[in-house]
Design a protein around this ligand. Structure first.
Ligand code: F6P
Length: 321
């Protein structure tokens, strides 16, 4: 069946660049003479029939904004048969031929399960600060989150050096160590703890003490939230080294803010690629960029564990400390 009318929604945790993806989807679709509707609050809006028409002007002036103008939500109900049935009723009511989901791993998991049951064509645009979508290089928003966290690390460095302290900085990422690894490297941090790699805190403490004896006066250890909690690790470092260790949890500041040029351009490229894929009859897939090429990846593969190939970066951080 030819695609004449599509819906676009953002769901799960917001990511900087989502607005660029919305803009690209809406304008690329209009350019192909498709009708476009926007769904508010992601899957929740599909369930509650929160649907509005979108035109060229409805996506003006949003490219530089963080968050998502369509709003987003976590929606456990979409993972239930009754939630999916109601979402399908909304799709039928508005005669939507296919939809584009801008979101991360959880969003694609929902889209894949919905496709299996209702066979409504759906294409995913990967947007998440976690960079945990398999089969593609980078998600929209992860570059911005890394730069936001890096700014915080640089600020912490000033006080760490001045007061000769150990800092443990916790960054987001859910089960992924992507943000932690990137900021630890770019911020010249002395250690990084990530879920992808086992670590021995006593060994880390030993290295800190050894370093101190050599005259190293301050330390920043980055911990991915999936590997542990900064307050807990700082407490252990205090106990095991007798050095003053402070904990900083960066939290949701990493999710907001102006998208970087990289996050924006990726969003604009992938928004159009998603419309093209839908029109070509593709379904149950995410679009993405890999090694400089635009690719499509089955949702099933996209939501499986991504191998970040962490060893090279972890070793480099060690060599440079
Ligand atoms: O998936 C993005 C993310 O920011 C994760 O890094 C984090 O674990 C989670 O969302 C936090 O979710 P919420 O804002 O719902 O607490």
């Amino acid at each position: 069946m030819p695609i004449k009318k599509i819906a676009v929604l953002t769901t799960g945790g917001d990511a900087p660049g989502m607005n660029g993806a919305i803009r690209s989807v809406v304008r690329s679709a209009i350019n192909k003479d498709l009708e476009v509707v926007g769904v508010s609050r992601g899957y929740l809006g599909l369930i509650n029939d929160d649907v509005k028409a979108m035109d060229h002007r409805s996506v003006s002036g949003i490219i530089n904004l963080g968050g998502t103008v369509l709003k987003t939500a976590r929606c456990p109900e979409f993972h239930t048969p009754s939630g999916q049935r109601r979402a399908y009723e909304t799709i039928q009511k508005h005669r939507i031929d296919g939809f584009i989901v801008i979101g991360g791993n959880g969003s694609f998991t929902g889209a894949h399960s919905f496709y299996k049951k209702y066979k409504v064509p759906c294409i995913g645009v990967p947007a998440s600060i976690d960079n945990d979508i398999n089969g593609i290089d980078v998600t929209i928003g992860s570059d911005t989150a890394v730069n936001t966290a890096l700014l915080a690390i640089d600020n912490i460095r000033d006080t760490a050096t001045s007061m000769e302290r150990v800092f443990v900085v916790e960054v987001m990422g859910r089960g992924s160590g992507f943000i932690a690894l990137q900021v630890a490297l770019a911020g010249g941090c002395e250690g990084v703890l990530i879920p992808e790699q086992k670590f021995d805190l006593e060994k880390v403490c030993h290295e800190i003490v050894e370093g101190n004896l050599r005259g190293k006066i301050s330390w920043i250890i980055v911990v991915a939230e999936g590997a542990g909690s900064a307050p807990e690790i700082a407490k252990q470092i205090n106990r095991l080294t007798s050095l003053e260790a402070r904990a900083v949890v960066l939290g949701h500041i990493q999710r907001g803010g102006r998208p970087t040029a990289y996050s924006r351009s990726l969003a604009l490229i992938l928004g159009k690629a998603a419309v093209d894929a839908l029109v070509q009859g593709q379904k149950d897939k995410a679009v993405g960029s890999q090694n400089g090429e635009i690719v499509t990846v089955d949702f099933k593969r996209a939501i499986s564990k991504k191998d970040l190939k962490v060893n090279r970066l972890v070793n480099l951080i060690k060599v440079l400390t």
